[in-house]
Write a protein that binds this ligand. Structure first.
Ligand SMILES: [Zn+2]
Length: 418
């Protein structure tokens, strides 16, 4: 089960959409431009920017009379290496979480200093585990770990859980996970921490990215077709398959298999085999902007009313190049973002090289909406080479993509309203 840390506000979304359609139909482009100036997007104004070292303490708690996960292939003889590779700098270059967040953020954050703590015993049975609420599931594991550290006389900065940006809690049980920023008790004091909780059977790189995204303050990604939930949630929720915050139920396959991490079996009477190797995709532009991870110098602007203008977009999976990563089209109350996604890197699993459009509402919650009402086929929200989308205020054509250079050429110009 995957859940949001932020309540669904779909009724508010519907009202905003209705309001916008009325405004769009009643005022002209010059007025829209004037009103948009106050809403110009600047990555420095992102709502929840996260920068620097964000180390995570990985706590592992073992339920009573329940075996730990067992690994196949490369980690069968050395399970501890799995945890190090999956979570910490020890796995650098293998495509674990250390690589994911460092590369997706274009170096804006690092998981350096993350540490895997020993398995500790929990005074909770397998059947008793799901009877606890989430707060107790988290706090019980923190308390058990601190008890162990005290018993072993392990002290110093690396053993001080309050020192870490976040706590990633694992239990030896199939199924279930959640993530949020929440208050926890550490050594008798309250701290606000990024918190992720996984029953081991649900653990893979894609879902870990989703829940850690909540730990960095991200909300779920929605669509603007307002579908009736894509595997859960309210209208539009989870309906952006191009982002880990929007596609946990894989309505469109956008993940790939990273053979570095293989499979494991976990745990107890309902033990099941699970794949820890599912990885990707990368974050969409609204989420990258929300975390302050696209420098303003790499965002181009098309202002409604301007003549047709061509832009070269770099694929988000190539953030280390120097070109434009997003075009934004300021509109009233929100901005339209344009991004290019190429089938490589963390986007190796997406079904085609595509240009995506989102509406981003930086001060709203939720704030990211895939424009799939306008672009529904063959892939939701995707504009393919040669295709044009014409809206009242603007039009956009994908002139072509060049996988070799990792770029797409788009032309944005006046819409059907002139
Ligand atoms: Zn979620």
């Amino acid at each position: 089960m995957i859940t949001s840390c932020i309540p669904v506000k779909w009724l508010a979304i519907a009202l905003i959409c209705d309001l916008l359609s009325i405004i769009r139909s009643r005022i002209g482009a010059p007025m829209l431009v004037a009103m948009s100036l106050a809403l110009m997007l600047d990555s420095s104004g992102a709502m929840a920017a996260v920068h620097g070292t964000t180390s995570w303490a990985v706590l592992r708690c073992q339920l009573k009379n329940t075996p730990k996960p067992t690994f196949e292939s490369m980690y069968a003889k050395d399970p501890e290496q799995f945890y190090s590779d999956f979570f910490t700098k020890a796995g650098e270059g293998k495509g674990g979480l250390y690589d994911y967040w460092g590369q997706i953020s274009d170096g804006n954050i690092s998981l350096k200093g993350s540490k895997v703590f020993p398995w500790v015993n929990l005074n909770v049975t397998y059947n008793g585990d799901p009877k606890r609420d989430r707060g107790h599931q988290v706090q019980d594991c923190i308390d058990a770990t601190e008890k162990y550290l005290a018993h072993k006389h392990l002290t110093g900065k690396q053993y001080d859980l309050s020192h870490y940006y976040g706590l990633f809690i694992l239990q030896n049980r199939p199924g279930g996970e959640f993530g949020s920023i929440q208050s926890v008790q550490i050594n008798g004091k309250s701290y606000s921490k990024g918190v992720v909780f996984f029953e081991f059977g649900s653990l893979d790189l894609s879902h870990a990215a989703h829940e850690m995204g909540h730990g960095y303050g991200l909300d779920h990604a929605f669509d603007d077709a307002q579908k009736g939930g894509c595997g859960g949630g309210g209208p539009g929720e989870y309906c952006d398959p191009w982002d880990p915050m929007g596609n946990p139920f894989w309505t469109v396959v956008t993940w790939f298999t990273n053979p570095s991490f293989g499979t494991a079996t976990c745990c107890g009477p309902a033990a099941q085999s699970s794949e820890q190797s599912s990885a990707g995709p990368g974050l969409n532009v609204p989420n990258l902007l929300h975390l302050g991870w696209i420098p303003s110098g790499r965002i181009a602007t098309y202002t409604i009313g301007d003549p047709a203008t061509s832009f070269t977009l770099n694929a988000l999976s190539h953030p280390n190049s120097s070109g434009v990563l997003a075009v934004h089209i300021p509109a009233i109350f929100f901005t339209v973002t344009v991004e290019y996604r190429q089938q490589d890197g963390w986007d190796a699993g997406i079904p085609a090289n595509v240009v995506l459009l989102h509406t981003y509402e930086p001060s709203a919650s939720p704030y990211s909406f895939l424009m799939d009402q306008e672009l529904s086929s063959p892939f939701p929200g995707a504009l393919l080479p040669g295709q044009t989308l014409t809206e009242p205020d603007y039009s956009i054509t994908v002139n072509g993509v060049d996988p070799g250079s990792g770029t797409a050429s788009v032309t944005i110009g006046p819409g059907s309203g002139g």
